[in-house]
Design a protein around this ligand. Structure first.
Ligand SMILES: Cc1cc2nc3c(=O)[nH]c(=O)nc-3n(C[C@H](O)[C@H](O)[C@H](O)COP(=O)(O)OP(=O)(O)OC[C@H]3O[C@@H](n4cnc5c(N)ncnc54)[C@H](O)[C@@H]3O)c2cc1C
Length: 391
């Protein structure tokens, strides 16, 4: 492999480019904005920091949060110390860090808009606002609004969530998550080093309704959003059937990050999956396995896409019952340190969905979990059904 073009310089593209250059491959990264304040909570989980310690060990301004709370209708709020802290970045700074690392590794970084990309006679011909490029291979990392429809995941409306946030001056000591009645999503409060991100994401809700929900919530907490910057963006959230036909690779290209739909469909975490898919793409290119159709897709399935697909089916079963399930979780977190630990691991990304039910059984069987599901309130029985305790 001589020359790889990486289209998109967010976490997926910048990290893939850095890894390719470090492996001695000529890499060109093309992004129209480079380091910019992408609408994003900027929450980087423990799972991400554990695999990539440079995300934690650097001098870039960021917030390290050791406390969190979860609230749900009729259950109130539970606050707790995080076993593993969460790091919260402004996206301009996180993207800047990753692009600087790519430059230092030897990547050629170009600020330009990608207009088209086509493959002829085994080579890519890429048109950009700054002129044409040719490449032997492409890593597609243009995010959820990827304009190259013939490459990457084909996102249908059912495979996306709208997410939006106000950035308000101030500080806070805690990450807050609040579930709202009838919303398949949640409100977040993510303190950053120089402001607080108050955001909301929800499946199946029109943007205007979601924004009105967020503003009502902020008013109810007496948080002023007058004049505060407002950002909205699309977040992939693949429906269960979409994972089966997800298009992550083709002749001469791999898709990474949001352009491959690689986002946790329940929590909305995408930064880790962007970094890791970018890295696996670079590894497959560097070790020559890019020539084996399906190999990159299988590697991602073994690591996380099978788990995310299962999470998507759990999420689909929860749907509009999300807030009721959250209310049950809040009540159990108060009562059971074991359950609280499981929830914390879900937040930190350390608890896979595929193993969730067996861990609940293992750690909570002494508390009579199964019989609690069968004989409890309507919402308890509903959670039990979702986890497979009742027919
Ligand atoms: C509101 C919101 C909150 C979120 N909060 C979190 C969170 O707290 N934690 C978390 O882990 N994930 C979060 N996510 C998800 C996370 O933002 C994404 O999963 C992550 O940014 C994906 O990285 P990426 O590199 O694949 O795509 P992106 O970060 O979207 O990068 C794509 C890049 O492509 C460039 N680009 C696009 N089109 C073109 C073009 N035609 N030409 C040139 N360049 C182009 C863009 O400029 C951009 O830099 C959130 C998402 C949203 C919308």
């Amino acid at each position: 492999m001589k020359h790889v073009a990486i289209l998109g310089g967010g976490p997926a593209g910048a990290f893939a480019a850095a890894r390719l250059a470090a492996a001695g491959i000529e890499a060109t990264l093309i992004d129209e904005k480079l380091a910019w304040e992408k609408p994003c909570g900027g929450g980087v989980t423990y799972k991400a920091c554990e695999r990539y310690p440079f995300l934690f060990e650097n001098s870039i301004p960021k917030q390290v949060m050791a406390e969190a709370s979860i609230a749900a209708p009729r259950a109130g709020m539970v606050s707790f110390k995080l076993r593993h802290p969460m790091v919260i970045y402004s996206r301009r700074e996180l993207n800047g860090l990753l692009i600087d690392r790519a430059r230092q590794a030897g990547v050629r970084v170009e600020r330009a808009r990608v207009l088209s990309a086509g493959r002829r006679a085994g080579a890519w011909h890429i048109e950009t606002s700054a002129g044409p490029h040719t490449a032997d291979f492409c890593v597609l990392a243009l995010g959820a609004r990827n304009p190259l429809r013939e490459l990457g995941t084909q996102l249908r409306p059912a495979d996306t969530v709208m997410a939006m946030a106000y950035h308000v001056a101030g500080t806070a000591e805690r990450v807050d998550i609040e579930f709202l009645s009838g919303l398949d999503g949640y409100v977040w409060v993510f303190p950053r080093h120089d402001h607080i991100s108050y955001g909301i994401g929800g499946k199946g809700e029109p943007s205007a309704r979601l924004r009105a929900r967020l503003e009502d919530w902020m008013r109810s907490k007496r948080i002023s959003f007058e004049g505060a910057p407002f950002h909205a963006h699309l977040l992939p959230s693949l429906a269960p059937e979409a994972w089966k036909q997800n298009r992550l690779e083709g002749e001469g290209w791999f898709a990474a990050g949001d352009a491959g739909g690689l986002v946790d469909p329940i929590t909305g975490e995408g930064i880790y999956f962007a970094l890791r898919s970018g890295e696996v793409a670079a590894e497959c290119i560097a070790d020559g396995t890019y020539g084996r159709p399906g190999h990159y897709t299988r590697r991602l399935a073994e690591e996380f896409t099978a788990d995310l697909a299962y999470g998507s089916s759990l999420g689909a079963r929860l749907g509009s019952h999300m807030s009721a399930a959250a209310a049950v979780s809040v009540q159990w977190m108060r009562r059971s340190p074991a359950f609280s630990g499981i929830m914390q691991d879900l937040i930190s990304g350390a608890q896979p969905y595929l193993d969730l039910k067996s861990r609940l059984v293992r750690e909570m069987a002494p508390a009579g979990l199964g019989s609690l599901f069968r004989t409890g309130s309507i919402s308890l029985r509903m959670v039990g059904r979702i986890l497979g305790y009742q027919s």
